[in-house]
Design a protein around this ligand. Structure first.
Ligand code: ITT
Length: 189
């Protein structure tokens, strides 16, 4: 079976590939010129939109991930706008640390919604995962992507960027969403 991965984000793509690597499934990237507007008001809605539109446009099964970081003291920002918070990933981190300043409440959560759509654009399955953490005062670690260097998980005393890929994959928001999606895909094959 073939599955189109509906993302243009290389960091996400690498993680999605890792979750699906043991399945008998051929992964294909979505066409570069196929841009889906994220008009939804929730991660779930946007994941559904992306999977559904890419499936329809290609006539194949498609999987999409919509995710972001919600910071409590910033009323949930950057949230749905995590990718668009600043022009580059490094500048996103700089902006977030600046907005938070010395505010003591540094609670945050990563959210990830993953949707799989059938070739006719209808949604086959949709799961959401959440991972709670703390925003550090400065970046730590070089792994992962996006906001990983400033997302500290107290239970492991490390940021996502300091963890092995395997550990991040087990405990992350995306890992939890894929715990729902993987058995569904296995059943489909
Ligand atoms: P696609 O829509 O093409 O998949 P995107 O980057 O625009 O790519 P989103 O709108 O879902 O995707 O934005 C998600 C952003 O949230 C992403 O760009 C990162 O900045 C951040 N993010 C999501 N998951 C993350 C993770 O595991 N580690 C660090 N940052 C993450």
């Amino acid at each position: 079976k073939k599955l189109i991965v509906a993302t243009g984000n290389p960091g996400k793509l690498k993680e999605i590939q890792a979750y699906l690597e043991n399945l008998e499934i051929e992964l294909q990237l979505k066409p570069k010129d196929l841009e889906i507007e994220e008009t939804g008001t929730t991660f779930i809605e946007n994941a559904g939109l992306k999977a559904s539109q890419v499936a329809l446009a290609t006539g194949e099964w498609a999987i999409a991930d919509d995710s972001g970081l919600a910071v409590e003291a910033l009323n949930g920002a950057p949230g749905l706008y995590s990718a668009r918070y600043a022009p580059t990933e490094a500048e996103c981190i700089v902006r977030l640390l600046k907005e938070l300043g010395d505010i003591p409440n540094r609670n945050a959560q990563f959210v990830c919604a993953v949707a799989v759509a059938r070739p006719d654009g209808s949604i086959w399955c949709l799961y959401q995962g959440i991972c709670k953490g703390i925003i550090t005062k400065a970046p730590q670690g070089t792994g992962g992507f996006g906001y990983d260097p400033i997302f500290y998980v107290p239970e492991f005393k490390m940021t996502f960027a300091e963890m092995s890929a395997e550990l991040k994959h087990q405990i992350s928001h995306r890992g939890q969403a894929f715990q729902g999606v993987l058995p569904q895909l296995q059943a489909l094959l």
